[in-house]
Design a protein around this ligand. Structure first.
Ligand code: 13P
Length: 256
């Protein structure tokens, strides 16, 4: 089964609207040669930068996503953003359950699941993040943790809904640390994730789900990582904040 590569930049809490617009304007000509059939390119700015980035990306091959969404349609949820608000701002994708949200903002598999259902109902394309902590890997509990995150986060989804979801495997110990999982180590884990998806949703759906790697992915290691059978792209932090490095990473990831 061939799965289209998807490279997404998670800008985290970086880039004002003016800075985000400038980044996309700089990125556009650098990635104009990447055909939509070869790879999907996504940038995920902060909420207040979304509209400016959507405008700057219009007519290009760069798609736009948000970094979180609340599950309610509206109401007394100070500081939260609804799926309809993201859609209106022009977001196509939304990142859910990033480890920083799990670590610092009390995100759980249950709340990821509620956000996921709201995102799918609104027609957003969710990127669901999973990943183990260093002590969990060292304690031999990686598979147990990932299985729990997948079962909880994806609970109650139909196969059709699952086919619209992208999974991002981000080992927490590799995020922003410069430590990348080796391609072989990442592939073993991606293969485990694939098998778990096959068990949960059947092979026909599981084999089609794209699984991104995230955690210190750089222009230098993107090719080897994405060359692995079950690594279908990347979710990029630091290297997505400059047009040159993000473009180089994308080109390396899809180089034959
Ligand atoms: P880095 O690429 O900076 O390690 O961040 C990865 C990440 O968290 C993307 O969501």
């Amino acid at each position: 089964m061939s799965r289209k590569v998807i490279i997404a930049g998670n800008w985290k809490m970086n880039k004002t609207a003016a800075e985000g617009k400038a980044l996309v304007e700089a990125l556009k000509p650098l990635v104009a040669d990447v055909c939509p059939e070869c790879a999907e390119i996504v940038v995920c700015p902060p909420f207040t930068t979304l509209a400016a980035v959507v405008e700057a990306a219009r007519g290009s091959n760069i798609k736009v996503g948000a970094q979180n969404v609340h599950w309610a349609e509206s109401g007394a949820f100070t500081g939260e953003i609804s799926a309809a608000m993201l859609k209106e701002a022009g977001a196509e994708f939304v990142i859910l359950g990033h480890s920083e949200r799990r670590q610092y903002f009390g995100e759980t598999d249950e709340t990821v699941n509620k956000r996921l259902k709201a995102a799918l109902a609104a027609g957003l394309k969710p990127i669901v993040c999973i990943g183990e902590l260093l002590e969990e890997r060292e304690g031999g509990r990686t598979e147990e943790v990932l299985a729990r995150q997948l079962e909880g986060g994806l609970a109650g989804l139909t196969g059709e809904e699952m086919s619209r979801v992208v999974i991002a495997y981000e080992p927490v110990w590799a995020i922003g640390t410069g430590k990348t999982a080796t391609p072989e180590m990442a592939e073993l884990t991606h293969n485990f994730i694939r098998c778990t998806l096959n068990d949960l949703f059947g092979r026909e759906i599981g084999e089609g789900v794209r699984i991104q790697y995230g955690g210190s992915m750089k222009p230098e290691n993107a090719k080897e990582l994405v060359a692995q059978r079950n690594i279908d792209g990347g979710l990029i932090g630091g290297a997505a904040l400059k047009a040159e490095s993000f473009s180089a990473l994308i080109h390396n990831a899809i180089a034959k």
